[in-house]
Write a protein that binds this ligand. Structure first.
Ligand code: ADP
Ligand code: TRP
Length: 323
């Protein structure tokens, strides 16, 4: 299978990105699929208008990918903007995309409903995402639940194109395991770079501790039994637990006598245990920007091998000449 996914370099990577996306990226690499993982820096422009910060975040997110274990020998890691043909494909796709399809998309609709004027970039965001996916003929897209609608839009756009010009584009499926579909943030909303509610994968030990200890809890006393299903702490701790450990904590919550402090400490300990090797690798990569650049270069060369023949066929299909 061909797998593709991207993350916007618009902030520091967090637990939601890891469990909702990167963990699945690894699974598909381990299964030997043809995997394309990129940094969606054109998409990041819809929320970040600071050139210096975008440049920094782009390289640092690439280093994060590597530190988390995405192995450039077994997948293609690249920058979206290094494959500018996605913008060409996006344009062609916009010409078969009904306005109504985009008007129904959450990111755009929410902004308009809040009375904020949306720009065309935000409106067209899902079409660029469709181009990212269709350009490498992906069959499967590992993402978090929040991206489900965008994959559906991609499928619709591909079908509109195919109906019009012939069966050229592969129709992709989303891959969203239920147990990690939406990781809650410190405030109980979806964890997101844009909500200031994250637990960052590569923050200092002290900041990670502070972030974990600021997860919102209710005012139940230590003695009171607690409902794990209503607890943000439990939802986050569960991510680190096998089924035995989950059962242990479910019982501890239900039987009372458990302090929220103890649960926060358990999350911190497990976070450090799981991410220590990756955090160490991330520190080493700090001093190797040329190494990261080299990997991005190799990655885009590989992605181009898949993308250019598709773009050529699309041009032919619609009547734009190839030179
Ligand atoms: P953010 O919302 O923090 O800006 P992105 O939009 O760049 O994150 O998301 C990158 C990937 O991580 C997407 O596949 C997205 O679905 C996934 N993801 C982000 N936040 C979460 C979350 N809280 N739970 C599960 N998956 C998430
Ligand atoms: N929109 C995605 C997000 O915010 C990022 C993204 C851009 C993406 N292009 C993609 C994800 C293609 C999967 C496939 O998380």
């Amino acid at each position: 299978m061909v797998i593709v996914s991207g993350i916007q370099p618009s902030g520091n990577l967090h637990l939601g990105n890891y469990f909702g996306a990167v963990q699945q990226f690894m699974k598909f690499i381990d299964e030997g699929h043809d995997c394309y993982y990129f940094l969606a820096n054109y998409h990041a422009l819809t929320s970040l208008r600071d050139a210096k910060r975008l440049k920094e975040l782009t390289l640092s997110t690439a280093a994060d990918y590597l530190a988390l274990g995405l192995d450039p020998a077994r997948c293609s890691i690249y920058l979206q903007s290094d494959l500018p043909e996605v913008c060409e494909l996006q344009w062609i796709l916009t010409t078969v995309t009904p306005m109504g399809l985009l008007e129904r998309c959450h990111a755009y609709k929410d902004k308009v409903q809040q009375g904020i004027s949306a720009d065309h970039g935000l409106f067209a965001y899902p079409v660029l995402q469709a181009a990212d996916i269709l350009i490498v003929r992906a069959n499967c897209v590992p993402v978090g639940q929040d991206q489900k609608q965008h994959i559906e839009v991609t499928r619709d756009i591909a079908q509109y194109f195919n109906n019009c010009y012939g069966e050229l584009l592969a129709i992709p499926e989303p891959y969203i395991p239920e147990s990690v579909a939406t990781v809650p943030g410190r405030d109980g909303r979806k964890m997101s770079k844009s909500y200031n509610n994250t637990i960052e994968l590569f923050a200092s030990d002290q900041d990670v501790r502070q972030q974990i200890f600021s997860i919102v809890t209710d005012s139940a006393s230590v003695a009171e039994p607690k409902d794990p299903e209503r607890s943000i702490l439990y939802a986050i701790l569960k991510l680190f637990c096998d089924s035995n450990a989950q059962q242990y904590w479910t019982d501890r919550f239900r039987s009372g006598g458990l302090s929220y402090r103890e649960v926060k400490q358990a999350i911190f300990d497990r976070f450090m245990e799981k991410f220590a090797p990756m955090r160490e690798r991330r520190k080493q990569l700090e001093n190797q920007p040329e190494h990261v650049e080299e990997i991005l270069k190799k990655g885009v060369d590989q992605a181009r091998k898949a993308a250019l023949p598709l773009v050529k066929q699309v041009r032919e299909a619609v009547g734009i000449r190839n030179i």
